[in-house]
Design a protein around this ligand. Sequence first.
Ligand SMILES: Cc1cc2nc3c(=O)[nH]c(=O)nc-3n(C[C@H](O)[C@H](O)[C@H](O)COP(=O)(O)OP(=O)(O)OC[C@H]3O[C@@H](n4cnc5c(N)ncnc54)[C@H](O)[C@@H]3O)c2cc1C
Ligand code: SF4
Length: 570
Amino acid sequence: MTTKLKETDVVIVGLGAAGGVAALPLAQAGIEVVGLEAGTWLTRRDFAPDELRNNYRGWPQGIQKANQEIPTSRANAASATAPRGAIHPMQNAVGGTTLHYWAQSWRLNPWDFKVVSETKRRYGASRLPPGSTVEDWPFGLDELEPYYDKVEYEVGVSGQAGNVNGKIDPRGNPFEGARTRAYPMPPLRSTDFLDKMTAAARSLGWNPFPGPAAVNSRAYQNRSACMYHGFCNRGGCHVDAKNSTAVTTIPRAQATGRLKIVTRAHVTTIEVDGNGQVTGVNYLADGVEYFQPAKAVLLASYTYENVRMLLLSKSKVFAKGLANNRGQVGRHYFSHHMGAGVSALFPWNTNAWYGLPAQGVAVDNWADDNFDHGGLDFIGGGNLWVYSDRRPIGAAGMNTFGRAPNWGSAWKTFIKENADRSNSAYIQKSTLPYEDNYLDLDPQVKDPLGYAVCRVTAEYKENERKLSAFTQDKMEQWYRAAGAIAIQRAPLGGAMGVSTHAYGGTRMGDNPDTNVVNRWGFAHEAPNLGVLGASVMGTSGAHNPTLTVQALAWRTAEHLVKNWRNIGRT
Ligand SMILES: Cc1cc2nc3c(=O)[nH]c(=O)nc-3n(C[C@H](O)[C@H](O)[C@H](O)COP(=O)(O)OP(=O)(O)OC[C@H]3O[C@@H](n4cnc5c(N)ncnc54)[C@H](O)[C@@H]3O)c2cc1C
Ligand code: SF4
């Protein structure tokens, strides 16, 4: 039997990067919030610099909800389903994946909001890739800038500004859109190797700069500065220098007395009334079923679960799933093209045994539309990212660049000599949505509660593969300029699979026929349902998503506060 609880103003489903931010402006405005979180609180005592545990045994997902509902995936509707992964990389805990993410904290560039109109203006409509469903965002970077600024200061981001109010600073990214002020903290420190890479980029006439990180470069908000000891790639920070929402916005929202957090609360479905307004959510905690009524619901459970939850929440008004009468839930899906990296071998040590993946040097000259595509046959580009992070097991798995076998004493000798002489760049590339890339419910595979898991049907198309080859050329040029003696390139990419940067599925836009949520993040078909996360984003740009996800979450929550009488169910 379901226990019906006392009604609250707002329920947030999931207290991760997005939900953990949205709670703060709501609670500060006097709105009563219940945060339902599938995981528990983790503290600095739960985090360990243990590569085996963090990176190979999938800590702590092995015992968690995410691992029991890993999406299935296939390249396209005609291809077979790929073997299912054993570990889901996303986190179930208060703070969500911000606990163990890399913490690169990027804004999008101005072009990312206007891919369609800018491509038509600069190169003509024929340059938009065939089959792409990309649309301009319903607003530009200027509208999101105040929210980027807000989150950078509330959460704490270290970085070097490149464009403050239109004034270009050559130490930062000259391609970034104008910002109103500098970052709250200076960038993380550099290393000899990063300095060499910076000098090499400058010798090519490029504009290298230190990347932004949600990690304290100095003490901030009474928490420690980073110690640069590493192991926070898929591990939490045991000195709270990584600015997860669990140590920033969530405790601040709790301090208002208006955020109640229920942990181990697994939300299964969202309920609606006969008018299509949401009335609350059903959840399970310790095997007991509850219904939490609310005047408004904010769904913030990461892209795959956001889409799955809507598709599973069927009713008389929404027979195909909540907010899906126009069949848009699950459409316009894509994941960042993060593969197709480049590895280099140097004749000297890089001393990368300490450091963290958010400590690095970036080049944006070949990102987005920062260069002329007139003579090229693709649109978009990639952010080149070289960072300082190396751990023992990962190092032993290094590329041998065709210079040694992959086993035996010759291999051991090669690894011993070269383990600190290689570097692998991470190239984050803009990726577009396409007609035949989508999410839906798997017809066969179910979670332990009997609910269908999400199914990914998606592959990288010609445009993304061409820009991957182009950015690999640029990365090779950069490594060679720094003295690399061998280069290895990863394959250009085929099936998308399950991703940590998953976009779309509940896209934001003014047109209800092609988008699930409106420009404020509320469902066109169910106006008191807000959706938070990269599932609302229609383009990815060439930079990691989380700061944008958090800026959008703040904006949606603020809109709810300002329009409470119109949006909240009476
Ligand atoms: C290893 C790794 C490194 C990354 N590095 C970066 C980086 O450097 N920069 C960057 O921008 N991004 C990075 N990302 C991506 C980043 O983590 C995501 O963009 C971000 O966390 C997404 O925010 P979210 O709130 O949508 O999801 P999450 O942060 O995952 O939060 C979702 C929350 O919802 C909860 N939840 C899920 N389902 C339910 C349910 N049914 N009921 C109740 N609660 C539920 C979960 O427990 C979780 O707490 C990384 C990801 C990984 C895995
Ligand atoms: S490297 Fe810095 S952010 Fe990472 S765990 Fe250590 S102190 Fe924390």
